[in-house]
Design a protein around this ligand. Sequence first.
Ligand SMILES: [Zn+2]
Length: 432
Amino acid sequence: MLDINPKLKDTINNLPKTAGVYLFYEKPKPNTKYPTPIYIGKAINIKDRVKNHFMQPTYKDSVFVGKITKIDFINTNSEIEALVLEANLIKKHLPKFNVVWKDGKNYFYVAITKSEKPIVFITHQKDSVSTKYIGPFIEGNALKKTLKYLRRVFPYYTSAKHPKNKCTWCHLGLCPGTNPNVVEYKKDLKKLMEILQGKRKTVLYALRREMEVFSNSQEYENAQKVHDKIRALEQIMQHTHVIESAKITNNQWHTTQKIMQEILGMKTTINKIECYDVSNIQGKFAVGSMVVFKNGAPDKSQYKKFRIRMKNEPNDIAMLREVLTRRLAHPEWGYPEVMLIDGGKAQLNVAINSKLQYTNHKQYQNSKNIKIISMAKGRRELFIEGQKKPIPLKDLPQEIYNVIVTLDDEAHRFAITYHKKVRKRALLDPKT
Ligand SMILES: [Zn+2]
């Protein structure tokens, strides 16, 4: 559990246990009137979900929960509405920790082609002028489920060519059929689009109008069809579950763990990762810091700080060697499976050599299982112990990229905090 100020704790305790969207704000910048949200999320249960960010922060949460000074929420009648509202709010505010995290390319859009018989599909790219895109949506699974339900009310094509006879989707009532009324089909698609843009009321109003027109002209069969549509839509909008609960974070970590193990060529399961950062200002006040992630989440109780002891002009390489040598002398802290070093090939080699000093000693022999990896400041490549060529970061799976960058950010953040402290102490004490 992180330290939360009492006011925020109060806010959290008073959050509703209903579906909706929540917004996290940081302290407003000077000269700005309105605070801007730094993170927006959706939830089946707002209170539980928000609590979860603080009580069991994932590697992703750890980057921003400390900055939160205000929490806001918007109730929705349903999970689908929460999904749509989340997308709309993120698009409007571009909260930095939604944006940073997803890197743009992992968003989802619903695409509707502008052809004679339009088709509907989900995509990552907005790359065609002859297609209308709705989104971005954050999570593919919730979006897929939503579309699946909505397709019952507004049947659509998923491929441009329909077979001469009824297709599988036809039999399920999800396809407009072999020879639809194109005008009606396009009207339906417009409504589907509006639902996905959060205009539920507009759509329901339009449908009620249509029903009225039909019954006024005594077309009762058509009126009944529209009536059924309204019922189905209301049912879907209110009662379907499309959002997965926050418990999924554990599964996400298991997936990440497996992929990472494979990429690093390891046999052991990765539970603990340590990340190091060394820094100094004008050669003075050199400090090293170590942050620890366990099962994908930061474990601040295990963080360590190292005041560099070497006297003469410390350089990055020598400082790193000192920090690692001192750390590896503590098997009782528990060795990690992976150590992430800030730097390139040279830093990687220094780290490997520091480790090799220990592996032959009985007391420290478990250190031989540590896999060392390094990432340079420019963040273009990841060097891996035992692999000749570095991997371009852009080629890493998103999950691994996220973990590594988050670790690196956290190590820098921790180092800077420590640095400031040391410098302040030095300024107050003229002897140092
Ligand atoms: Zn069909």
